[in-house]
Design a protein around this ligand. Sequence first.
Ligand SMILES: *Cc1c(COP(=O)(O)O)cnc(C)c1O
Length: 425
Amino acid sequence: MKKPFITKTKAEEIASEYPTPFHIYDEKGIRDNARSVNKAFSWNKGYRQYFAVKALPNPFILKLFKEEGCGLDCSSMAELRLAEAAGFSGDEIMFSSNETPAEEYAYAAKLGAIINFDDITHIPFFEENVGPLPETVCCRYNPGGTFSISNSIMDNPGDAKYGMTRQQIAESFRILKEKGVKRFGIHAFLASNTVTDEYYPVLSADLFRLAVSLKEETGAAVSFINLSGGVGIPYTEEQKKNDIGLIGEGVRKHYEEILIPAGMGEVSILTEMGRYMTGPYGALVTRAVHEKHIYKEYIGVDASAANLMRPAMYGSYHHITVLGKEDLPRDHVYDVVGSLCENNDKFAIDRHLPEIKPGDLIYIHDTGAHGFSMGYNYNGKLKSAELLLQEDGGVKQIRRAETMNDYFATFDCFEEWKGLFDGKQ
Ligand SMILES: *Cc1c(COP(=O)(O)O)cnc(C)c1O
């Protein structure tokens, strides 16, 4: 059974200070998990996990990762600025962007971040718009076709906009080497939310072989291999949690079989996990406001897809617990819905839950990654607060809820709004 990391009593106590809906994150869960990740790869001297900022772009969370020895993976100007504000610099930042604007490359270079080129044409683009190439450069690889693990197709790299072909990455390495680049990295992200212990090992074997052959072909010194993100989490009760220890050992086995015999035992392993690092350690807490009985049974809540877009966007499953009713039979079938004028604004469809009454607190699981950060302002909905459940049990607001003032701030060209919402929610 999936268990909330706060009780109903605690949630009510929090809600009396910070009105629902809110996202809350579990500091202890995040730290313990980060430590188990670092331990799983501790066999590799240069290992570093770069947290994918887009999953949970909050500087308080980023600082936790800094304390746990992680770096950050950024892909936009705002993410670079967040990394800078949270105290990261130099090779603690991986810049894995795509369709990158010149000023973002320039800012990443200024911070000394590791630049990960998504395309061969970005090399002259960088030189023309930013300046000389850094000494360390990464290139993103896309093998095309489909990506399979033991005959089952996991994803479709051939349809993905990212990365370079096999031929292009070799050509890029030659060009970069000629232009004085000294250290090379290889990066690939070939499947998303993989709930299996096989993904990183299978990917790593492919990339290790690629590294060996690229070194032979181009003479480029491959100093790191970046397995990027894609390690999944169990959103449903039936799925089994990945075993990061087994994943680390699986990568090690291929490292010892492929890289060490090739004399490449100094290569560092990097990862850019987002979902795996924070997904399970966040929840969206919302209150039931309405019940409606028409052709189906509906529970209307005070959150909407503006707070958590994954169900509306991907049809994703997020487990729901009705706080205080954990042990009651799930003998009602509901659509749990938000208030957007969009019929896909449904957190759950035909979900078996205990009877819900207006006023009940509803805990939506696993919103710690790609949750708040994907939010938007449709229908003029305001973004919620983000809270941190600290290790000592205290709760800290790490981002306040948006106010009407925030929503209207960009109408500063429209005189009539001025002052209208000052000091008001
Ligand atoms: C989104 C992303 C990640 C993180 O992916 P998860 O599935 O959250 O682990 C890592 N690297 C890059 C380049 C990404 O775009």
